[in-house]
Each structure stands twice: as structure tokens, then as C-alpha cells.
Ligand binder design. Structure first.
Ligand code: HEC
Ligand code: HEC
Length: 301
């Protein structure tokens, strides 16, 4: 993982970032923290399709898991934000999330002796917007997960870590029949490309087109990681699927036929046994040692 030159890891920075991540001081009415929508026990995702912001203002997208987020080359589904440091500004300023401003937050933190001390230890300066965004970046880069049954099987030589159904599901996942691994590839099961995976023929949320205004980008989203799906339901940008059976039903139908739909999305047919196997494999990409890691919790060290 690449840490920016001006924001290398230190324990003091990580502690400050974690404290900020859990602190509702970041929201205008002090009602919500980052962790209100990115919950440790849900692999830093949310189980609500749309997480409400302050005063119950309606959210517009499903909160993504922050699993291995430090490896992503850009952020949000349209890929509009180049760094984690800049990403922190989005929920802070967003009307439907924290509806706050960095200078006001910094002023509140500067009035707090504990924050002044932690900020001095971490960055040798006052808690200002530069410090706040950087500390949050350091904490989020530590959210590394790589101890799923699949990892133990694939990288740690534990041939018993996957059972027979999971191994059959793995073969299906990597087959040209399903094409799953053409987009969900690599260590994080994402090639980070912007793809239209055939959810709709008309998109309520234009996804990447929101950024580029180019109709060729309508319905394209950054391919999501498939790690920790056992914790992060519901699925897709609008949380439309409650479980993985619904996801696989969707892919088997071959998509709604939007002009931008990827050619890799086309109908295929799995027996009930094969569907169960594929689901078993997808669930074997989940890492309970991650969601149970108490050092990521508010009280942990
Ligand atoms: C009200 C709910 C809510 C709060 C509060 C919130 N987020 Fe999010 N977060 C979301 C949603 C929804 C998305 C997905 C947005 C999208 O796809 O465009 C997201 C996306 C992200 C992403 C990008 C993930 C990716 O895959 O590209 C990061 C990083 C992130 N949030 C970090 C934070 C941090 C840090 C905070 C606190 C400063 C925070 N979030 C507060 C709901 C929230
Ligand atoms: C053309 C590239 C592509 C192919 C092929 C593909 N996907 Fe996806 N997948 C995506 C994109 C893009 C999304 C995000 C769509 C959205 O959020 O609207 C996604 C979302 C998902 C999600 C939801 C993840 C989440 O956290 O919300 C799952 C699960 C998933 N895909 C599994 C699969 C499986 C299983 C296959 C094979 C049957 C497959 N995908 C094939 C591109 C692809």
C-alpha cells in the first residue's frame, strides 16, 4: 500500500484518525460519526440500503465497505475523488450527511485539550483541516483484511480451509461461463474499472456519468471488492439485493440491456447446486478476524 509522502503511518496518527472516525463532532449537530454508516461489525459498511444523514436526511447510495480501502486507486462509485485525504471532505460537507465545514470542526477541536495534545503528537501542529483529513486517511489505510478461508487456502497453503462446495464455487467464479473474475479480479476482487453490470435499462442514479456528463458513462460504477460480503448486505449502489442468491439471479438473467452494459454480462444458467456452490465461495471471501478485530473499535488500542 502506498502512503502519501506527507502522511506516513505512525501510531499517534492512527490513534487520532480512529478517534475522529468515531467522533460525532464531525457532524453539524454532533449526532453522527463516520462509524454511524461504516460499522466495524459490518466490515465498515451499513446494513441499511441508504444510511440517513443528520436529522434523518435521506441518503442516496448504499454505504460501501471500507475493507482494504487503502488499496483503491480512487474513491466513490464514480471514482471522482483521488485520495482518501480528500475523500473525508465529502461526508463532512454533504448536506445529507454531516452538513458541516472543516474550519468549524477544526475550531471545535482546537478548543479541546485532548485533541490539541493528540494532534501535536501526531503532526506537530494544531488540529486543523490538514491534520483531520490526514489522520482519517492513516486510520482507514489500516483497515486491511486478508484472512478469509479463501486467503488461507490460496496464500497460506491450508488446503482444508475451503470445503468441497466452496472449491466447486471457486471454479465457477473463475470460469468463462460466469465471467465473474473478468471484473472482480486480483487480491481485492476488483479491477477498479468503471463498468455497467446490467442492473437497469434506465438509471435513476447515473453513477459515473454524474462526474463526466458523458452518456457513455451512464450506469458505470467502480467494480466493488467482493471481500466481506457476509457482513455488508444489502448489495449494489442502491442496496437493491438483500442476499447473494438475488445477486446471482441478476447475473444469470444477463442484465437489463442498457447500451453501456458490459459485453461480459450475458445470460448463463446454473443448477441450484451450482448457485449454492458459487454463494458458498463468495461467502468464503469473508474474514471474521477483521470484523472481530477490537483494535479497530472505538475503545481498542
Ligand atoms: C450518512 C452516512 C455516511 C457517513 C456519516 C459517512 N459515510 Fe462514507 N460513505 C457513505 C456512502 C453512502 C458511501 C458510498 C458513496 C458513493 O458510492 O458514492 C460512502 C463512501 C465512502 C468511501 C469511499 C469508498 C469507496 O469504495 O470508494 C470512504 C473512503 C468513506 N465513505 C469514508 C468515510 C469517512 C472517513 C467518513 C467520516 C468522515 C464517512 N465515510 C462518513 C456513507 C457515509
Ligand atoms: C462487467 C463487469 C462485471 C462482471 C462480469 C461481474 N460483475 Fe459483479 N459488479 C460489477 C459492478 C460494476 C458492480 C457494482 C454495481 C453497482 O453498485 O451498481 C458489481 C457488484 C457486484 C456485487 C455487489 C457488491 C456490493 O458490495 O454491493 C456482487 C456480490 C457481485 N458483483 C458479484 C458478481 C458475481 C458473482 C459475478 C459473476 C456471476 C459478477 N459479479 C460479475 C461488475 C461486474
Amino acid at each position: 500500500m502506498v502512503f502519501p509522502e506527507d502522511n506516513q503511518y505512525s501510531y499517534a496518527r492512527w490513534q487520532l484518525g480512529k478517534k475522529l472516525f468515531y467522533d460525532p463532532v464531525l457532524s453539524r449537530d454532533s449526532s453522527l460519526s463516520c462509524a454511524s454508516c461504516h460499522k466495524l461489525e459490518l466490515a465498515f459498511a451499513d446494513d441499511r440500503a441508504f444510511s440517513p444523514g443528520i436529522q434523518n436526511r435521506p441518503g442516496t447510495r448504499n454505504a460501501t465497505s471500507l475493507t482494504n480501502i487503502g488499496y483503491h486507486p480512487y474513491f466513490l462509485r464514480e471514482g471522482s475523488v483521488p485520495t482518501l485525504e480528500m475523500q473525508a471532505l465529502v461526508p463532512v460537507q454533504e448536506h445529507n450527511e454531516f452538513d458541516h465545514s472543516m474550519p468549524e470542526i477544526a475550531a471545535k477541536l482546537q478548543a479541546n485539550a485532548r485533541y490539541r495534545q493528540m494532534s501535536e503528537e501526531a503532526y506537530e501542529r494544531e488540529p486543523d483541516p490538514w491534520v483531520i483529513t490526514r489522520a482519517l486517511g492513516v486510520f482507514q489505510r489500516s483497515l486491511i483484511s486478508g484472512n478469509s478461508p479463501y486467503d488461507r487456502y490460496q496464500y497460506q497453503g491450508e488446503s482444508q480451509a475451503l470445503n468441497k462446495a466452496e472449491i466447486r464455487g471457486m471454479a465457477l467464479f473463475f470460469s468463462s461461463r460466469t465471467q465473474c473474475a473478468s471484473c472482480h479480479s486480483g487480491f481485492n476482487f476488483s479491477n477498479y474499472a468503471f463498468e455497467n453490470n446490467g442492473l437497469d435499462s434506465v438509471y435513476q442514479d447515473p453513477l459515473r456519468m454524474r462526474l463526466t456528463n458523458d452518456p457513455a458513462d451512464e450506469g458505470r460504477a467502480k467494480v466493488p471488492s467482493l471481500r466481506n460480503l457476509a457482513f455488508s448486505a444489502p448489495y449494489m449502489h442502491d442496496g437493491r439485493f438483500q442476499n447473494l442468491a438475488e445477486v446471482i439471479q441478476h447475473y444469470q438473467k444477463g442484465g437489463a440491456g442498457h447500451p453501456n452494459q458490459s459485453e461480459l454480462i450475458r445470460p448463463f444458467s446454473l443448477s441450484n447446486q451450482e448457485q449454492d456452490d458459487l454463494i458458498a465461495f463468495l461467502l468464503a471471501l469473508s474474514d471474521p478476524t477483521f470484523t472481530q478485530n477490537q483494535s479497530f473499535s472505538e475503545a481498542g488500542h
